[in-house]
Design a protein around this ligand. Structure first.
Ligand SMILES: Cc1cc2nc3c(=O)[nH]c(=O)nc-3n(C[C@H](O)[C@H](O)[C@H](O)COP(=O)(O)OP(=O)(O)OC[C@H]3O[C@@H](n4cnc5c(N)ncnc54)[C@H](O)[C@@H]3O)c2cc1C
Length: 458
């Protein structure tokens, strides 16, 4: 695959590659901050999947935390959490994407080695609970005195057994929930309404540059027909989740001498959405719970505003990433484990019959980095290789916004805001990750130079 060709067109448009929640959030905030007055400043959102949100962004739980994050990304997490609340209030998020404050409980799930310095998502890799990420000072150990006491402290849809431990991990000011696919659709529709051009079933296969080597567009190909066309732009933003490495390799793999591969891999997760006769939905937006259990594979369970219950927690690093997000087949065996755990934890009818109604089964892939932190940054031109350059400052650039792991929904809006600023410097909270990315590059001498410039904002 050739990586560049030439064109003479001048423009300040943006191409966003990947329409999961990070891509649509970026498109949304970019379209707010830079109205597309002419064809030369268009924003394009490009995704090879014929159906959007058949990825982690469509199948995720939608749990949002204010401060459950590693220090390096705490400001991004807090910015996002506040923006989720603002957006929901401005656009009736409760009705449109089931946004609601949430009380988080640990159910027989107490983190063992508190105080040990951990990555932001150690709990995910070791097959334990997300509850381990919650700040210790927020947890109030609640002693369970009696069955009545337990009944008061736990939601009615959760199995209750005398002797179970219940821990309040976060109150309603610290956590919230939403339906990720519906938020994605809202962001997409708003962005389209402001002129963002969406191309499904399409992938970028080549970078265009002008006579001086400056990025001026991409060649995109229809994945079904193979038909190609040029899209003019001065900025390229890679937001392709687990597929970001493939996008990088296709566009810059042949030219870049320093970045042959992006350190983004995938971690598969199974999920189940059910209805239970014991959960009719939140009254006045209140009453939603996020429950983290230590049962079996440490399921996480969210009761949603509209009366559904989301159940997940079984992960697999061995499950290979499909070529296209759409149509990932859910294997029967692991799904049976999830269903069995759901039956055990969500209870059954009076005569012990299974009274849960399965609404949907899901398998999707989180984009993870070796550091458990996302990469939100501009790539300095020297790492594009082949003499490729980008317009300086806010006029151009190649950007990465990927690797959000288990927190992509929570951090989506903050990431979109950061990307919409499109300045030559990177998100401050991600510079630590970038430093690590750089250190992993083959040429450590150049990498060190890159990191220094990055951190000094040049
Ligand atoms: C079971 C599960 C539960 C989760 N629950 C939560 C939760 O409660 N809270 C939370 O904050 N996070 C949660 N997450 C994590 C969250 O879902 C992800 O971090 C987030 O969705 C990642 O978004 P993304 O846009 O980067 O990637 P994706 O949603 O994977 O989107 C990537 C997009 O890139 C496209 N693409 C593929 N190839 C190309 C290409 N060549 N060119 C362009 N585009 C391409 C894909 O088609 C896709 O549309 C969960 C994840 C899982 C698996």
């Amino acid at each position: 695959m050739s990586s560049t060709t030439t064109t003479t067109t001048n423009n300040t448009g943006t191409v966003i590659l990947g329409a999961g929640i990070i891509g649509v959030s970026t498109a949304y905030y970019l379209s707010l901050s830079s109205p597309q007055s002419s064809s030369s400043s268009e924003i394009h959102l490009i995704d090879p999947s014929p159906t959007l949100f058949w990825s982690a962004s469509g199948f995720a739980g939608g749990f949002l935390a204010r401060n459950w994050f590693a220090p390096e990304v705490s400001s991004l997490g807090a910015l996002s959490f506040a923006e989720h609340a603002r957006l929901a209030s401005a656009h009736d998020g409760r009705r449109n994407w089931s946004y609601a404050p949430s009380t988080s409980l640990g159910y027989s799930a107490v983190a063992a080695d508190k105080g040990v310095k951990k990555r932001g998502d150690d709990w995910l890799r070791s097959g334990t609970s997300r509850a381990e990420a919650a700040p210790g000072d927020q947890k109030q150990k609640v002693p369970v005195l009696s069955v009545e006491d337990l009944n008061q402290k736990t939601p009615a849809w959760l199995r209750r057994r005398e002797g179970d431990d219940v821990e309040v991990i976060g109150g309603e000011g610290d956590a919230a929930q939403l339906e990720p696919e519906r938020l994605c659709r809202f962001l997409l529709e708003e962005a389209e309404g402001r002129g963002v051009k969406v191309s499904k079933g399409t992938e970028a296969v080549e970078v265009l540059r002008d006579g001086e080597g400056v990025v001026s567009g991409v060649v995109v190909r229809d994945v079904k027909t193979g038909e190609e066309r040029e899209v003019q732009c001065s900025r390229i933003i890679i937001t392709a989740g687990c597929w970001s490495g493939q996008v990088w390799e296709k566009l810059f793999g042949a030219t870049s001498e320093t970045v042959k591969r992006l350190p983004v891999t995938s971690l598969a997760g199974y999920s189940l959405v059910v209805k239970s006769p014991r959960w009719a939905g939140a009254v006045d937006g209140e009453g939603c719970h996020a429950v983290y259990t230590s049962h079996a594979f440490c399921p996480e369970i969210f009761s949603r505003v509209g009366g559904q219950i989301y159940f997940a927690g079984l992960n697999s690093a061995a499950m290979p990433l499909p070529n296209v997000a759409e149509g990932s087949k859910v294997p029967t065996e692991p799904m049976q484990l999830v269903k069995q755990a759901a039956r055990e934890l969500l209870g059954s009818g009076k005569d012990g019959e299974d009274d849960l109604e399965v609404v949907r089964e899901g398998l999707c892939f989180r984009p993870v980095t070796p550091w458990g932190l996302p990469i939100v940054a501009r790539v300095p031109d020297e790492h594009l290789g082949g003499g490729i350059r980008t317009s300086p400052g806010a006029e151009g650039g190649v950007f990465l916004a990927t690797g959000h792991g288990p927190w992509g929904i929570s951090m989506s809006l903050g990431t979109g805001i950061v990307m919409s600023e499109l300045e030559s410097r990177s998100c401050r909270c991600c510079s630590t990750v970038l430093q690590a990315v750089m250190n992993s590059f083959e040429d450590s001498r150049r990498a060190a130079g890159f990191s220094r410039r990055l951190l000094s904002g040049r």
